[in-house]
Design a protein around this ligand. Structure first.
Ligand SMILES: C[S@@+](CC[C@H](N)C(=O)[O-])C[C@H]1O[C@@H](n2cnc3c(N)ncnc32)[C@H](O)[C@@H]1O
Length: 184
């Protein structure tokens, strides 16, 4: 089980472009390496702030969020044609085995990380597919984002993903955040 779920009443905060300070669209693009046939999932997509950046570059992006209220905010903003809204918990995804070419999560791993969620991700990401995680780090000062005691550090992500059969391709801790790119 992860820490608390982001309050949908604060959804507007997720649309602030100042957030690109901690994970830019260009950085995420390089980490995910999208292509026009890719079937991608944004895990804990919120208002679709990062989902929108991928929509023009892939065949399908599943915007997965456990809160219907978040999808309502996304609908209000406008959902691109290639994006499908999926109301689901990461621990119980409505996808076939190996259905996803890749998946990513931004600032959400601390909310969904559990044995069940990682087992589920190992089931739905195809062999060789990427799982990209960018999240607030427990090693950060906590000047932005959740309090450090509600975060995990890079080591948690690396060992949890490795324990679930992912191979770690890249792992970096920064000032407030960490990045982990894993391959199934
Ligand atoms: C901090 S917000 C980040 C949203 C988005 N990733 C972004 O960076 O703009 C976390 C989102 O993950 C969703 N979430 C939390 N736990 C989840 C879970 N177990 N399964 C699916 N979505 C989850 C929340 O509802 C919320 O919309």
């Amino acid at each position: 089980m992860g820490f608390h779920t982001f309050d949908s009443d604060r959804a507007h905060v997720l649309e602030d472009e100042a957030r690109y300070r901690y994970c830019s669209c260009e950085e995420l693009y390089a980490l995910v390496a999208p292509h026009e046939e890719m079937v991608l999932a944004d895990l804990g997509s919120g208002t679709g702030f990062f989902t929108d950046d991928f929509a023009p570059h892939v065949a399908t992006t599943y915007a997965v969020d456990v809160q219907e209220a978040m999808h309502a905010h996304y609908r209000e903003k406008g959902v691109p044609e290639s994006v499908e809204l999926v109301e689901a918990d990461v621990s119980a995804l409505p996808f076939a085995d190996d259905e996803l070419d890749a998946a990513f999560s931004t600032m959400t791993y601390h909310e969904f990380a559990s044995d069940e969620s990682l087992t589920e991700l190992a089931r739905v990401v195809r062999p060789g597919g990427r799982l990209v995680t960018v999240d607030w780090s427990a090693d950060g000062p906590g000047e932005e984002g959740p309090a450090p005691d509600e975060r995990y550090d890079l080591g948690h992500a690396v060992s949890s993903l490795a324990d679930h059969g992912f191979e770690i391709a890249r792992a970096e801790s920064r000032t407030e955040t960490f990045v982990c790119v894993a391959r199934r």
